[in-house]
Write a protein that binds this ligand. Structure first.
Ligand SMILES: Nc1ncnc2c1ncn2[C@@H]1O[C@H](COP(=O)(O)OP(=O)(O)OP(=O)(O)O)[C@@H](O)[C@H]1O
Ligand SMILES: [Mg+2]
Length: 276
């Protein structure tokens, strides 16, 4: 089973990101030549401590998802470096090779916003959950056992193994996505707007589940959201992004109660309320 034998230095941050920058080419003209570069992430540094939840907040388009993708090599870094548990895995301009990408995937898993499109509609829960372990040459029986354990962990009845994704509610599908991400026993979860597609009561269940997983499995979680209420409920620390840059950071309670930067103040004042 991946990560079972790995030893992790106590006290070393789960993620240390230093000066991350991501640039996308802007093309133009008849031949679609690169005319310029757009900087989506601009010199972002942060530390995610082991067993903690760090939230990244900011308005739509400020670079949150791009930042997360750059950590696992889904978009190339223009500069900067990423250390996982003290080990350098990613340095600007050097693409990750297949082996390194696989080792990073064993440590870091992503859960996405849309639980509807994240699951293959033609596969049963059993096929979806066992696939990551089968790809790592774990036997089918072992993979099935782990899938059952994790279904129980995310409160889905084990009888669901032969069902298809369309037979579940949105909240249950997100639980399935979380269970799948846990199959390889990762140490870090990157959660990109995982509650945005869910209604408020289901959001609360998913937040509780993530917090339980953090406590019970010692997971470190990078939590992306633009919903300040959700961030307040779940985070230890918070990072505020604006146009690709970090404008404020600190302990979540302090930043959200007593924001120093004008942009954070504006974000907090945008929390919608219902007037009657
Ligand atoms: N593959 C890409 N090619 C070109 N530009 C991109 C690409 N991916 C993202 N961008 C641009 O980078 C910027 C940041 O996008 P990103 O998806 O990181 O924002 P976000 O903060 O996650 O927004 P949201 O809250 O809406 O999910 C946007 O202006 C987007 O158009
Ligand atoms: Mg996004």
């Amino acid at each position: 089973m991946p990560n079972q034998e790995a030893s992790f230095l106590e006290g070393v941050p789960a993620i240390e990101a230093d000066g991350l920058a991501v640039r996308f080419p802007v093309r133009g003209g008849v031949l679609g030549k690169v005319k310029d570069y757009f900087t989506a992430v601009d010199g972002v540094s942060f530390t995610l401590s082991q067993g903690k939840i760090l939230s990244v907040v900011g308005e739509s388009g400020c670079g949150k998802s791009t930042l997360v993708k750059s950590l696992v090599g889904l978009v190339p870094l223009a500069s900067g470096s990423v250390k996982l548990f003290g080990r350098e895995v990613h340095e600007g301009k050097v693409a990750m090779d297949g082996g390194k990408a696989m080792r990073v995937c064993d440590l870091v898993q992503m859960v996405f916003q849309d639980p509807f499109s994240s699951l293959n509609p033609r596969q049963t829960v059993s096929e979806i959950l066992t696939a990551p372990l089968m790809a790592r040459k774990v036997s089918f029986e072992q993979a099935q056992r782990r899938a059952c354990e994790l279904l129980e962990r995310v409160s889905i009845p084990v009888g669901a193994m032969e069902k298809f994704p369309h037979e579940f509610s949105g909240g249950q599908r997100q639980r399935l996505c979380i269970a799948r991400s846990l199959m390889v026993s990762p140490k870090i979860l990157l959660c990109d707007e995982v509650t945005s597609a869910l209604d408020v009561s289901v959001q609360a269940q998913i937040l509780h589940l993530l917090d339980d997983l953090r406590r019970d499995l010692g997971l470190s979680i990078l939590f992306i959201s633009h919903d300040m209420q959700v961030v307040r409920a779940i985070s230890d620390d918070v990072l505020v992004m604006y146009f690709g840059k970090v404008v404020e950071r600190g302990v979540a309670d302090e930043v959200l109660t007593n924001p120093q930067h004008d942009y954070t103040k504006k974000l907090l004042s945008c929390v919608p309320t219902i007037r009657r």
